[in-house]
Write a new protein. Sequence first.
Length: 385
Amino acid sequence: MHNLIFQMYDEGEREINITSALAEKIKVNWTPEINKEHLLQGLLPDVQVPTSVKDMRYCQVSFQDDHVSLESAFTVRPLPDEPKHLKCEMKGGKTVQMGQELQGEVVIIITDQYGNQIQAFSPSSLSSLSIAGVGLDSSNLKTTFQENTQSISVRGIKFIPGPPGNKDLCFTWREFSDFIRVQLISGPPAKLLLIDWPELKESIPVINGRDLQNPIIVQLCDQWDNPAPVQHVKISLTKASNLKLMPSNQQHKTDEKGRANLGVFSVFAPRGEHTLQVKAIYNKSIIEGPIIKLMILPDPEKPVRLNVKYDKDASFLAGGLFTDFMISVISEDDSIIKNINPARISMKMWKLSTSGNRPPANAETFSCNKIKDNDKEDGCFYFRL
């Protein structure tokens, strides 16, 4: 504020001419520096108007000598400047879930260069307001003029399902515009997917008693296959009773990424195709994961029976020799196991009695003989008594 004029009067309402002596006794409360030449001309120091309309300034002029004390005051109340900016403010959070509307609203106002709100909106302003953003679903947008706050409220902000991440929205009214950024996160858990797992269309071959080739790792996802980072969701495996998994009876829950590592299982089951399925319990509802098909194969290294060959038509004389006994160890896949230590093969002989087929404690034990050059059966053991 420039060219502020002041005058002094005596008791008879006559104007007093300002002299240098009087000017020395004049003070103001808004600045310590006063130009004496300006005071002699009846001019007060310039007043700096606050930039905020909420910051009113009380200004006082005082004169004091040995005989009298005078003062005069006025208040500076700032007014908004010309419209300069459109300002958007998020109320109610900046995170929106996939497929859901943003909770809360965006409040739009017009301000001057110092941020003071200007009453520029009216109900007709809604038609000239535009909102744009990549992936914005504007089907449910609702704009409302708020007369009591001289602002525009925008609700129903929603995005077309896609990759989660930051989304920028541009609000434009006339020549003014502003941006806000919201975070689009995945929707609620709706699926359970396997991580780093072979193609599920074909059965996975597993030898009975062996480990699966991969750990079972599952990821909670929304209905658009975006990872859903929800923790403490219970994960379970369902299977038939004749399919045994080790370790068993383990409790699993998802971590902060919505992922659970069930580990590597050893599989025990009859040969053939078997299935197992991972499931999750979320909000008292069951989320079913994909079905894993396992083709259980017999273990070629697991002994299941002995095959004994000998001349069943031979007759033996007392003091004579037995016929040769040829022993082979048969695996689950009906093949001969060839890498067995001969020390593990023995034959017991005892006098048959009414005690049955179990050998008595005094049964005679024989070890297998060394293989001869003409023994052609690979993986067989011979007893020559």
